[in-house]
Structure formats: structure tokens, C-alpha cells
Design a protein around this ligand. Structure first.
Ligand SMILES: *Cc1c(COP(=O)(O)O)cnc(C)c1O
Length: 374
């Protein structure tokens, strides 16, 4: 080994082919970062409506639980996540052997890659849909077969038709990110009936808790029936705990057992387990969140109509809206203290995605939007 740059070049040439093609996930910009690069006063009020976080903040019960957990941080967490799994089991009405905790649902997606993806295999996903599916395919040198949405909604018939002998996973984000649309239980059942036995369906329900009560998927039924279905949920959105990184997978016990083989022994840290358990039991906060999202969505939609901006009706806590040059509007909104998500990276340069905020934030956002469009 020599100590010149040539030896590093040689090493870098050994990196797995799939990894070479990956562009790192582009997260919404942190508020401090925006303040700094725009040269704004450090105290300037910035509203981040770019990452579909809960704008109510975390559940107050979760804050207290995390604070209490801090006194025990010298200890390893419960690697089995016993207390949280028991509570989830009770809440969902499914045995704890059907549940695996994950470091955010992003880890659940990656663990599925560990289990099923090898070079030459593929996964099927919508286009546009959550980009992490694509990143995980690349990570395992597998292919991502992208099936165009229809009317901004997953086209499950086309996705079933795209399945090949080499397909291992079909990902359905329900509701989808970035469009906010959902598919019905009957359509999912038809997809499950249509795909061959060597394929698992992954139902990513990151927004389940913010969906209207009477319009939520009943996908746990498929898991109870023992179908090859993995439901992914998260504490990042409705529960307001994106910073803690915790989610869970619901799947038939043999698949859960495989998750435990490939996950790290302590993949979910102690603070996350404590915070999630408290948030799970804080049903008042969840109700408040759901109402905030429903009312905020109505406010934003009415505002978009008034401004003559077409939008995609959403059942999640964000809305995709057509604004002309999305990147340019993103820049202009930033100057006024609002961060939204431009969609050029998703092949939709005319759109931005806006997270539903608090009532005052939504009103002020619409005012800023009108000024930026003028
Ligand atoms: C936000 C989001 C997630 C959540 O990921 P975490 O790792 O749990 O924070 C997963 N899937 C979709 C479609 C999302 O939009």
C-alpha cells in the first residue's frame, strides 16, 4: 500500500458497481442551513414545509419520556424492544411475533434489500414514488423497474404486469409520496392475487396516522391471512418523532424472524423506544394532529384554487401543487422564509410539494405564495 492518491484510486475502483451510481438522498434543508446561506438574521422565522414532518412538534408525552430515558443512556437499549412491541401488539391487534422495530421505516426498506435483493433481481415501484426504494435497489446491485403512475396514483395493474421471474419485491407507498394519493384495499388484494409466489408486496404506510379515520387501508388483514405482505409504518410523521428514527414492520412471523437475522442487534436506540411508547399512548396528540392536517389541507386547497394552481387531492399531510417553474418558486419562497420541496428531482419540474403546517403557517404560506407568483 502506497501513500499516494493512486492507491486510493485503485481501492475506489473496487467499490461495488451499484454503489457507484447512487446519488445520496437529498433531504429537506435544515432551517439553520437556509438562514446561513441566505444571509438572514439568525433569529429569522423560517417555516420548513419540505419534509412532511408534524408541524405540531413531538407529542409532549414523548418529550418527557425521552428526557427520563436520558438518565439510563449508559445502558444498551432493550434489543428486543419488548415494551414497545407489546404495546404495538395490543394497539394493532396482532401478535408481537408479527412485528419488528426498525431504525425508521427507511431501515425496513433496506432490510428487505438484505433479505431478497441480489445482482440480477429487481423490485417494482411507481414513478414517481419514494426515492429510497430506488436507492436500496442500487445498493444491492438490483434493478428498480419503475412503472408510471396513472392520474398521480399507483397503477397496480401495470405494476403487476411489470413483475418478472427476477422480481422479488413490489413497493406500494400508500398514500404515495410525493403525490398524496392512495389505492384501495380491493386493488391491493387484486395485486396480491396477480403476483407470483416468489414476490413479496411491501405496503409503505408512512402516513397512516394522518389519514382520515374513515379512509385508511386495512392492510394488516393481509398479514393476518399469512400473505407475503410487509406493512411498513413509522413514528416519523403522525407521531412527530422523525428525529428519533423509529418505525416498524408488520409481516408474517417467518419474515419477521428473517428481519431479526439481518438487523443490527440494537437497531432502535433507547430514547427512540421510550419516546415511541409514550407517543403511541398519547392518542389525544394523534387526534389533534389528524384534525390539524385535515383542516390545513382544506385551507391550502382553497388557497391553491383561488390562485388558479392545479393540485393533486391528497390524503396525507402534504400536497403536490403545480406552480410553473418549481425550482424558481422554491428559491423565491425561501427568501420569504418558507422551505418547500422542489420536484425536478422526481421528474416534475412544474411542481412543488408542500407539507401541511399549523393554521397560522398555512395562512402565511398562502400569502407568501401569492406574492412570489405575482
Ligand atoms: C417519510 C416517509 C417514510 C418515513 O421514513 P422514516 O425512515 O420512517 O423516517 C417512509 N416512506 C415514505 C413513503 C415516506 O414518505
Amino acid at each position: 500500500m502506497t501513500n499516494d492518491s493512486a492507491s486510493l484510486e485503485t481501492l475506489l475502483a473496487q467499490v461495488r458497481p451499484g454503489v457507484r451510481g447512487i446519488h445520496p438522498y437529498e433531504p429537506g434543508r435544515p432551517i439553520e442551513d437556509v438562514v446561513r446561506t441566505l444571509g438572514l438574521d439568525p433569529g429569522t422565522e423560517i417555516h420548513k414545509l419540505a419534509s412532511n414532518e408534524n408541524l405540531l412538534g413531538p407529542s409532549p408525552a414523548a418529550i418527557t419520556a425521552v428526557r427520563d430515558a436520558a438518565a439510563e443512556l449508559h445502558r444498551y437499549p432493550d434489543g428486543g424492544g419488548t415494551a414497545l412491541l407489546e404495546a404495538l401488539s395490543g394497539r394493532l391487534g396482532i401478535g408481537p411475533d408479527h412485528l419488528a422495530l426498525t431504525h425508521g421505516s427507511n431501515e425496513g426498506i433496506e432490510l428487505l434489500g438484505h433479505l431478497f435483493l441480489t445482482p440480477g433481481t429487481n423490485l417494482v415501484m411507481g414513478d414517481p414514488a419514494f426515492v429510497v426504494y430506488r436507492l436500496v435497489a442500487a445498493l444491492f446491485d438490483a434493478e428498480a423497474i419503475r412503472v408510471p403512475l396513472r392520474d398521480f396514483t399507483h397503477d397496480l395493474k401495470a405494476m403487476a404486469a411489470a413483475v418478472t421471474d427476477r422480481t422479488r419485491l413490489v413497493f406500494v407507498a400508500n398514500p404515495n409520496n410525493p403525490t398524496g394519493t392512495r389505492v384501495g384495499d380491493e386493488e391491493i388484494e387484486a395485486l396480491l392475487d396477480a403476483v407470483p409466489d416468489h414476490v413479496a408486496a411491501v405496503l409503505d404506510e408512512a402516513y397512516y396516522e394522518v389519514m382520515p379515520m374513515d379512509n385508511r387501508p386495512n392492510s394488516l388483514r393481509f398479514v393476518r391471512e399469512g400473505r407475503p405482505v410487509i406493512v411498513l409504518r413509522t413514528f416519523s410523521k403522525g407521531y412527530g418523532l422523525a428525529g428519533l428514527r423509529i418505525g416498524y414492520a408488520v409481516a408474517p412471523p417467518p419474515i419477521v424472524e428473517l428481519f431479526h437475522r439481518v438487523r443490527q442487534p440494537f437497531n432502535v436506540n433507547a430514547a427512540a423506544q421510550a419516546g415511541a411508547l409514550a407517543a403511541l399512548n398519547d392518542t389525544g396528540f394523534l387526534d389533534q394532529t389528524r384534525v390539524l392536517v385535515e383542516q390545513g389541507r382544506a385551507t391550502l386547497e382553497a388557497g391553491f384554487r383561488q390562485l388558479g394552481l392545479p393540485f393533486v387531492p391528497s390524503v396525507a399531510n402534504f400536497i403536490l401543487v403545480r406552480v410553473g417553474d418549481g425550482r424558481a418558486l422554491f428559491e423565491r419562497l425561501q427568501q420569504r422564509g418558507f422551505i418547500v420541496r422542489p420536484m425536478d428531482g422526481y421528474g416534475m419540474p412544474d411542481y412543488v410539494r408542500v407539507t401541511v403546517g399549523t393554521a397560522p403557517q398555512n395562512e402565511r404560506f398562502l400569502t407568501a405564495l401569492e406574492a412570489c407568483l405575482a
